[in-house]
Design a protein around this ligand. Structure first.
Ligand code: C5P
Length: 217
């Protein structure tokens, strides 16, 4: 017997890094593997949800039962999320969205010279904050990967982005690896989970989120 606490619900997730082009062959990205987001997408399917996974570049295969939309940049990710949002009950922002992008991508490969070079960057939109601020916002879950002061930064982000739930982890505990140790934050406080494989952590996150969703409805 497998309970389906998300039966009849539509979940939209973001996962992976984004890639912000500098020129046709170069760009700015980060070390997010996408594993946590993909594990969560899979856990949502197992919990009975219809799942749209908006994914930055990863080497991972499509989790069975999800609809994956592939994107590269933060701007593409925002567009894909907004397009997938109608009818969504839950939005989970797991992606490590680049905070900045080059002001413009060069059309042709940038040639080297002996001169110094600088790159002008402009801030990317905060996709999760935009979704959470909508009048018709679904139940929004955020992630915070920090290298120190996790409680303070995580609770700060949860409040700033107006999220009912946020998953915090120390980067040294999770980024790129198969295991993760996280703490869940919600209006009731902090709920540490035991260190476990990301698939197991994902199942626990979904359980917690489904509980909050039921009480919120
Ligand atoms: O980057 P930051 O620590 O603020 O990320 C916290 C949460 O916000 C994560 O869930 C991340 O997916 C989301 N986020 C986003 N768009 C951004 C930056 C972060 O959706 N531009």
């Amino acid at each position: 017997f497998q309970p389906k606490p998300l039966a009849g619900r539509k979940v939209v997730l973001t996962a992976g890094p984004t890639f912000e082009a500098i020129d046709p062959v170069r760009g700015i990205t980060n070390t997010s593997s996408g594993k946590m987001g993909y594990a969560l997408a899979q856990a949502c399917v197992r919990a009975g949800a219809e799942v749209v996974l908006v994914s930055g570049p990863t080497g991972l295969s499509v989790p069975v039962g999800t609809q994956r939309v592939d994107v590269r940049s933060a701007l593409q990710m925002r567009d894909a999320v907004m397009a997938a949002l109608p009818g969504a009950d839950v939005f989970i922002g797991v992606a490590a969205v680049a905070d900045y992008r080059p002001v413009e991508a060069a059309e042709h490969k940038v040639k080297k010279s002996s001169a110094e070079m600088s790159l002008r960057l402009t801030p990317n939109p905060d996709i999760l904050a935009e979704v959470a601020a909508r009048d018709d916002a679904p139940f929004c879950v955020g992630f915070a990967a920090e290298s120190r002061d996790l409680d303070a930064y995580a609770e700060g982000k949860r409040r700033a982005k107006r999220l009912p739930m946020l998953v915090g982890n120390l980067v040294q505990d999770g980024l790129g690896s198969d295991d993760n140790q996280v703490i869940l934050y919600d209006d009731a406080g902090r709920h540490p989970l035991e260190r476990a494989p990301k698939t197991e952590v994902a199942r626990k996150i979904v359980e917690h989120l489904a509980g909050l969703l039921t009480t919120a409805a």
